[in-house]
Ligand binder design. Structure first.
Ligand code: ASP
Ligand code: MG
Length: 406
């Protein structure tokens, strides 16, 4: 019998009606012969509400207490889903992250999974009960409750699917799969039937919000097949797995965009070995996730370096850059928050020249100026003005024929 892990995101269990619908679907699915393990997120926007609550009671918030608070959302959802299942005559058993065997490190609010001991999950299955596991949580090596971070329920589901050797992991969300572009920005965006791990990783790294990037990394490392689909329509969604070498890869699978980055430029940087190393080491030590980096050709022994950072890390990044600039006698440091990045992703790019040329031409035809460029084997990203990004995404989506059925 196929064994599946099904993860239900916050919107899928947001209301009593939604929970009952999930229970009904689980009942039908089991009747058709599948064995199921459920992983659930907190209902609706409850995680955000709890974060706001915490902020309203204290300025200083201990990670340990934050995790105790936030993980309650997932625990509440598991109990309610189990009650609904039992009411639908489906035997079920709720399990906290700890009971499901998730051992993590001691980092609060963003804990890492060290080990999974899924005995209770397996025992429930063997006893004919559906295990319903609280997502995004575990117990640390010092026996404290830990939270795996935002979007961590996807990681719970994928990691659990791996250790119990499930046939696939279904990630249920409020959209019917992964799209060629954000449908809110590109009206002609359509669902992608199949993506490789590499493609979805590039997509999540460049603005596609789901599935959570960490979970995709686990899926790729462990070869867990993913199926991203909707708990509102229950129709087949997007399959994610190994690239199929027997199939021709689409030139471009998706156009993503990201407006959450900002650009820092340091000018008049002495052009000598070690400077870039010193700058980016300091940023790395502060956990700043630098994305695109451009260094100009040097003139008269000095050069400019521009790079992008997440906007929420802009303040600290600029500070560090200014400090270093002062030490090395650089010219100045400036910030630019009105940027956006648009990216093309497609496994077929590897073997087809000309994709970048077409991308740049299409942007040029619309007078969209490209400020920075970066590429990987299967991605090309351009930084443009943020006011141009909607047009840029639409133009590229059109130019690469993504609106038509593949
Ligand atoms: N409820 C948590 C969040 O919203 C964890 C999750 O849903 O994955 O981030
Ligand atoms: Mg959530």
């Amino acid at each position: 019998m196929p064994l599946l892990v099904q993860k239900f995101g916050g919107t899928s269990v947001a209301t009593p009606d939604r929970i009952r619908e999930v229970a009904e679907q689980v009942r039908l699915r089991r009747r058709s012969g599948d064995d199921l393990v459920l992983v659930v997120s907190a209902m609706g926007t409850e995680t955000d509400e709890m974060l706001a609550l915490a902020r309203s009671v204290a300025d200083r918030r201990s990670g340990r207490e934050m995790d105790m608070l936030i993980t309650a959302g997932e625990r509440k959802a598991t109990a309610l889903v189990c009650m609904a299942l039992i009411d639908h005559n489906v035997p079920a058993e709720s399990l906290t992250g700890s009971q499901a065997g998730f051992i993590t490190d001691e980092t609060h609010e963003n804990a890492r999974i060290l080990d999974i001991r899924p005995q209770r999950v397996l025992a429930a299955l063997q006893g004919g009960r559906v295990p319903v596991v609280a997502g995004s949580q575990g117990v640390s090596t010092s026996n404290d409750v830990t939270f795996l971070g935002r979007g961590g329920s996807d990681t719970t589901a994928v990691a659990l699917a791996n250790v119990i050797e499930a046939d696939a992991c279904e990630l249920y969300t409020d959209v019917s799969g992964v799209f060629t572009s954000d449908p809110r920005v590109v009206p002609t965006a359509r669902r992608i039937g199949r993506l490789s791990y590499d493609e979805i990783l590039e997509m999540t790294a460049t603005g596609c919000p789901k599935p959570a990037m960490r979970s995709v990394e686990v899926a790729r490392a462990r070869g867990v097949r993913l199926h991203v689909r909707s708990a509102f329509t229950w129709e087949a969604g997007t399959w994610i797995g190994e690239e199929d070498p027997s199939m021709e890869q689409p030139l471009v699978s998706a156009v993503t965009h990201d407006i959450s980055e900002a650009k820092i430029t340091i000018t008049g940087v002495p052009d000598r070995p070690g400077i870039a190393g010193a700058l980016f080491r300091r940023l790395a030590d502060l956990d700043v996730n630098v994305d695109m980096i451009v260094q100009n050709v040097s003139a008269d022994g000095v050069t400019d370096i521009s790079f992008t950072v997440p906007r929420r890390q802009l303040g600290i990044s600029t500070q560090v850059t200014r400090d270093l600039g002062a030490e090395i006698g650089a010219g100045g440091v400036s910030e630019d928050t009105d940027i956006a990045r648009v990216s093309l992703i497609g496994a077929g790019m590897k073997s087809n020249p000309g994709v970048a040329a077409t991308m740049f031409e299409k942007l040029g035809e619309r007078s969209i100026n490209i400020e920075m460029i970066s590429t990987s084997a299967i991605r090309i990203s351009c930084v443009v003005r943020s006011e141009d990004v909607v047009q840029a995404v639409n133009v590229l989506h059109d130019a690469f024929g993504l609106a038509e059925a593949s």
